[in-house]
Design a protein around this ligand. Structure first.
Ligand code: ADP
Ligand code: MG
Length: 286
């Protein structure tokens, strides 16, 4: 049964768009040492925009955007959505894929009528033996590399922005004596930029979805109980593996299912608020 005092916590939460799944999640939140967060969509807005298109060989900017968007047109990943939007703005006619595979933490591989095409990060290019040596390395933003018919065809630079309330939310967590860590599949340079803008203590980059769970368990062993906050895309196993898993924003169904706490808002202040509510609820309960 749920102790009566938990109802006050549940009520206080619902006013702020925080849904606790039962009293045990409120209890568990009291013992958290570290809040571990996903980067994209959790700390950043997840509203990517194409900033720059760099064509290689004889490809034009429009060729590169068109090929990329042909792969990304059905993707719900924020990176894919931004590429589709950029192509739509230019009224580019896209190709339909004969076969298409979205590879989590990597990008997309597809066969178009014009040939085999890849769009994704360096790891995807390495996986398919595409040689990027001689292609420029940019240090700002997320790179989406394009390979067409077995060789590099271009690179898109995509940037996301940190949520305006993120730094304040991190400092509220510090006031609650909670340390913070960020996990991301993105490259280290982008991750460090976000960390220094927000004051997050620890950063782990270039992680595959399954590496995130391993990293979370390492942090848990070192620091004690952990809360994980993610927007849900590929995050269900990590949510389930944390002492308290919180799904943020609209969230995928699988994430809401795996989560102990659901934030109906994408405002990061919900994270320290949920812990503050749990702490005051527990003072009443015991
Ligand atoms: P995060 O950990 O920041 O939420 P993801 O695990 O969703 O990121 O993705 C990690 C990386 O994989 C991205 O930064 C990107 O380089 C690549 N990636 C994933 N999905 C796509 C896609 N649809 N198109 C291009 N690149 C992608
Ligand atoms: Mg993500």
């Amino acid at each position: 049964s749920v102790p009566l005092a938990f109802f006050s916590g549940i009520g206080a939460g619902s006013k702020k768009g925080i849904l606790f799944k039962g009293g045990s999640s409120i209890e568990a939140l009291n013992h958290i040492s570290t809040v571990v967060m996903d980067k994209t969509g959790t700390i950043t807005k997840g509203n990517f925009a194409v900033q720059k298109i760099i064509p290689f060989q004889n490809y034009t900017e429009d060729d590169v955007l068109k090929l990329c968007a042909s792969l990304e047109q059905h993707s719900t990943h924020p990176i894919g959505v931004s590429i589709s939007a950029a192509a739509r703005e230019k009224n580019l006619l896209l190709e339909e894929a004969v076969s298409l595979k979205e590879i989590a933490g990597h990008g997309i591989q597809a066969v178009l009528s014009s040939g085999e095409t890849l769009a994704g990060n360096r790891k995807l290019m390495e996986k398919f033996n595409i040689d990027l040596s001689g292609c420029i390395q940019n240090d700002y933003g997320t790179e989406v590399w394009l390979a067409h018919k077995g060789s590099p065809a271009g690179c898109l630079l995509i940037a996301d922005t940190v949520k305006p309330e993120a730094a304040e939310a991190i400092s509220s967590l510090k006031q609650l004596h909670i340390s913070t860590a960020m996990l991301t599949g993105d490259k280290l340079e982008s991750a460090q930029t976000v960390a220094s803008e927000t004051g997050i203590d620890q950063v782990y980059a270039r992680l595959l979805p399954e590496d995130k769970l391993t990293k979370l368990q390492e942090i848990r062993q070192k620091n004690g109980a952990v809360m994980f906050v993610g927007d849900g895309i590929n995050d269900a196993p990590v949510l389930a593996g944390a002492d308290v898993g919180a799904a943020m924003g609209s969230g995928a169904d699988a994430a809401i299912e795996a989560a102990d706490v659901v934030f109906m808002t994408s405002n990061m202040q919900a994270v320290p608020s949920s812990i503050a509510i749990a702490k005051s609820t527990n003072r009443i309960a015991w």
